[in-house]
Design a protein around this ligand. Sequence first.
Ligand SMILES: [Zn+2]
Length: 530
Amino acid sequence: MKFTLTTPIYYVNDKPHIGHAYTTIAADALARFHRLRGDDVFFLTGTDENSQKNVQAMEKAGESDLVAYLDRMANTWKSTWAELGISIDDFIRTTEPRHLAGVERFWRAVEASGDLEKRTYTGLYCTGCEGFKVESDLVQGKCPLHPNKELDQVAEENWFFALSKYRDDLLAYVDAHPEFIQPEARRNEIRSYIAQFMTDVSVSREVKKVSVGIPVPGDDSQRIYVWFDALLNYMTAVGYGTDEARFARYWPADLHLVGKDIIKFHCALWPAMIMSAAKHDPMLRNADGSPKLPKMVFAHGFFTLAGQKISKSLGNAVDPRELAPGIGFDAVRYFLLREIAFGEDGDFSKERLMERYGADLANTLGNLVNRVVAMSRKYCDGVPKVDGAAPLPIETSWHAAEDLPELKTEVDAGFEHARPDQALEAIWKSLFQANKFIEETQPFKLVKEQPEATAQVLYAVLEAIRWYAWMVTPVMPETARKIFAQLGLDADAEYAKGWDAGLKWGGLPPGAPLPEPKPLFPRVESTDAV
Ligand SMILES: [Zn+2]
């Protein structure tokens, strides 16, 4: 199966901070999960470069060469993701020729469908959102997301997109596809926006008002509104307008991950744009004639940093590369995806990070691996030579061979539904049981009376650890490799088996040697993290 997932494309008016890293890490974990399962994954991120915000940032930096500025900033974003090990398949910049070609084709299709019309727009515009605002959007006369910014009074002639024409089709799509808007709590909010508040939207700006933006095909006086252009990155990156085979392979997107502030654009404007263009462009239609719409938009929440909003002016917009020296980026990935229920708001603090590092990672996962590998070496000279499928000869509260396949089902469901937090919670619940099992069976005492039962106990936990290594791979890829190495296994050979075949009880070869254990999560006295 193919699996196409995207992050939003980011403005290049600043370098990435932990908020951007959060979205991108979550997407990375889901991409890695689908690759392990053997899916044909296309994981996309990129930069939104046709925005006035970038121009303002460049001017603030005292520069005047926009192309040089955009090149440099796009590289900063690209290299940050590379340094953090984010496994993207493509990085799109909206100033690239492939994007411009697709946008032009798409605009022409919407035009041919009769959904573009020149009208005079008078109203409000928030430069923070790069969005037109109507009364119902405002709180005390201000944009609720940018209460410190004055709204611009705009009066100009623009191209309007007949968005309200698609009200019924959008509602029908939302109702027929409950998975389209996630988490579920967002659906009613979007549904009522579509049903009651959605109006036609201006999709261009006058050239004399904005200095950047893709020119409207056939109208030199106008530039395409930045959101109309930006949303199209998801299609142009997979070949819309330039590579039909690639487009047929990877479109529609299976998952757009977005922040909750931009979900409306993704669940109303975006599908309506596609519905419109699909009337004219056969590439955008399914075999039954219906438009090829994205399958799921998942909005995550926002988080604060030690209780404060993350912002440049507060000086807490930490570079994700500098978050946690000494404890490793896997720990940060684990923390972000475990601590915050995906879809809800949360808080990032050094204290909580270090708490989870100590309790969940060092004590629960790290110690289990360390102790069990050490005991197996000592008592059994490696992986115990036992029949891993045979029932344990002693009474215990945990039966790994039965528990782990159930755990796999939960982990599958968590990652499939874009809920890495739920997958991790299930894994850690099982890890607690595995630790309890060691307390209960006490192999270090048991070995004196019943060496064979001890060997079976240790094999069960070692094999469980192999399963845990597999299951934490999407979130902690480096840690997973270290765990496989502790078990004397080659990670790539394991991964070559595939997710379902790899996660079969008894995959750990009895009698194999075990290398000397090393702590997975070394104690850190103090860290400069956040
Ligand atoms: Zn705003």
